[in-house]
Ligand binder design. Sequence first.
Ligand code: PRX
Length: 645
Amino acid sequence: MAEDKVYPVDKERAAHSLINIDDYHRLYQQSIDQPDIFWAEQAEKFVGFFEPWSKVFDGEFAKAQVAWFKDAKLNVSWNCIDRHLPQRADQTAIIWEGDEPDSSLHITYRDLHQAVCRMANVLKARGVKKGDRVCIYMPMIPEAAYAMLACTRIGAVHSVVFGGFSPDAIRDRIQDSDCRTVITANQGVRGGKLIPLKHNVDKALEQCPDVHSVIVVKHTEADTGWHAERDVWYHEAISQVDDQCPAEVMDAEDALFILYTSGSTGKPKGVLHSTAGYLLQAAMSHKYIFDYHEGEVFWCTADVGWVTGHSYILYGPLCNGATTLMFEGVPTYPDASRFWQVIDKHHVNIFYTAPTALRALMSLGDEPVKSSSRASLRLLGSVGEPINPEAWEWYHKVVGEERCPIVDTWWQTETGSTMISPMAGVTDLKPGSATLPFFGVKPELLDAHGKVIQGAGKGNLVITQSWPSQIRTVFGDHQRCVDTYFKAYPGYYFTGDSARRDKDGYYWIIGRVDDVINVSGHRLGTAELESALVLHPKVAEAAVVGYPHDIKGNAVYAYVTLMTGIKDSDDLKKELIQFVADEIGAFAKPEIVQFAPGLPKTRSGKIMRRILRKIAANEIDHLGDTTTLAEPSVVDNLIEHRVNR
Ligand code: PRX
């Protein structure tokens, strides 16, 4: 059994860790039993406040009405920059590694201060005020970090849209949160390929008449379309403003950012995080889980367009005065040793990536890894999806040469920071297990009837009490927040995941139990994919499910019913796959399209996804009860024409 395999903490390492396992248990218990005392102490340690709080926690968890550090005043950019200037103005805050191996930059905390102040003043000059939403659609360049921090400096709420999203997806997100300002670059560069970011923004803005300003970073030499009354070059704008900008005094519960994420129904939701609680927990989890020590180089390979990039490229590390690495490229360009070359080049101590990248690299053999030294590496991390024990072992043996612990961090856009994870040098490890809850996090497993499972068992994963970096609302629709997370099991936050707990209390995340597919660590809603497919004029109906995939973890299998009279063909399959890429983004492309003359439905017309999932996973011997189907014969047709992989 995988759960019997334990990698105990290295004694020598434990001696240098920030805390030990006894501290963990003691502090954990305090964080659950006396959260006010625990969090007040941590807040004083990790965050600088302009004015103190009147109450640590206030509100009602079950209604998603929570406030942490009530009435306290602070500013996130001040915490991430200004606070560090007296001791570390000359220390590197951000190491930027460009797409090409010969391009990199070191940005000190002093540089960062100037750049963020200038960007903040540009936003002000364009009329952006506290509370306004700003859309950021950027490649992985330092200006993305400047833009995010500049928003926090003036109290604007950023909504970062991942650079892989299509114009339609950008438009929807801009409209939903009523952004009137967009920050972008003329082009992005990834793996030697150019990405037409400004062009995508221009297309999106055809249907966003309220956007008055587009600030454009000139990242490549390429020309771009231009709307003189609306567009402004970043390099020109910053030359006209001052490099000092006071940090706005923000309330602990003021909105900090919106980040759209897919759910099981409807359009993506704008998950809203607020100021103090989010910053505290991002910083604190960064420090404890990664056992971050002064002077170390921390590298999280995520994109700033996802929550991992927000919390562990930017806010957590910078709040702790760390040196954080930001990488523009991909793991396989110019070749499959790139990650490991970057680790050597910048003496990275802590490396945090996704299982999908590890599986892809593992399939290319050990040679690219072994061509590097990785002597600086002390610790490894994993995030975004379950890490299978094979990938874990490879990461441990080949990448970490058996000397680096692996922290498998489970969390979500909505949780803001890591919820279940080992702490490096503290927790004994089991390959494939996210192990134990972080401070202040009280998970439970519920059975099919909503009853709490005691001891070892398997069930739906819920969280039972508020934590500081929890989602505050879905932008513009609080009821949706309540309905999505707090309705399935009243009194609990439902994660959408199922998990197993073993006899040692270790958690093993199994995966989503809702209609969300985790493809290469990216969350895709089946409803979103289906809505995209049925927009195609030749498609009558579509049903989408996930199926296990060796590299991506899960991939998208789409069953498509064509309009009467339309002939199916391989070309049409390709066209539909491209259509989804155009509607949402290339990362959402279905792996497989199967044409289906009919879909399995109940007599009331509900599509039986359970059956579609089984067919996609090639588990046709275990289809279960099909007697409630309106037309059982459609299943035979689907099985007969199943697409073999
Ligand atoms: O299913 C879980 C999976 O990713 C989902 C959250 O996705 P997102 O909001 O995009 O955030 C991803 C980065 C935090 C979860 O509901 N997930 C995330 N981390 C893990 C994981 N599944 C297993 N193990 C993990 N370490």
